[in-house]
Design a protein around this ligand. Sequence first.
Ligand code: NAD
Length: 269
Amino acid sequence: MQNRMMITGAGSGLGREIALRWAREGWRLALSDVNEPGLAETLKLVRAAGGDGFTLRCDVRDYSQLTALAQACEEKFDGIDVIVNNAGVAAGGFFADLSLEDWDWQISINLMGVVKGCKAFLPLLERSKGKIVNIASMAALMQGPAMSNYNVAKAGVVALSESLLAELKMQEIGVHVVCPSFFQTNLLDSFRGPTPAMKAQVGKLLENSPISAADIAQYMYEAITKGEFMILPHEQGRAAWALKQRNPQALYDEMAAMADRMRSKSRSE
Ligand SMILES: NC(=O)c1ccc[n+]([C@@H]2O[C@H](COP(=O)([O-])OP(=O)(O)OC[C@H]3O[C@@H](n4cnc5c(N)ncnc54)[C@H](O)[C@@H]3O)[C@@H](O)[C@H]2O)c1
């Protein structure tokens, strides 16, 4: 029976809600984040929800911290069944204004953090015939304006997941990739970008989500149980993706119009 899960970025938002959803099924959880008070709170909630586990500080940029986390799962749980590469940060800004440092920072967490998580845990997953769950974003599929570094990092997570889906099939390791649209969490706290006004614009998008992080965790639980590979929890996201597959130019035109609107708005502020 599979019942051991590791989650990065488990001290807040979606990571915490995933922990709670699986805790309700009695799973044991290895909770990691750079936010230690957040982790302690998640573990408390996990125990109240019927699960148990441990916390370990882990910065996903540092491969040695991820291998130490894998080692801790080995020692405390005798292995792992599911890993959720969820830790991530927010970014915004037009390409012309983003610095190369903005790019390095974004790629090192949102893309390379996932690559390193998969690599560090692969030996354990080979043994358990476990599952990899990578948290990408609708940004991976839609490439909205003024967030090119975030779009590229998340598109990389989808490409990595598709690559692993094919490569790991023989080893019977399952792969899932989750692409939510915006939803309310603490993601804005990590926002980095050259245009401070853009932070407020992203904040409005998060606030306006029709579904919560808990709804997304529930949707993921059902989709993973059914064995779905690409998981799109927002109804609007599923519709936009279907439209882009049918008529990509319509989406490109919409994104160009959106970029124009954002540029005139930021000029008038
Ligand atoms: N909120 C949204 O609108 C949205 C939409 C699509 C995808 N996502 C993705 O969902 C995931 C979870 O984000 P959230 O919305 O719950 O935000 P959140 O800020 O509430 O949670 C993210 C967690 O990741 C942790 N983290 C950040 N950098 C880290 C690092 N280097 N190492 C380890 N942990 C680190 C943070 O401390 C935080 O606890 C992210 O990958 C994000 O890109 C979020």
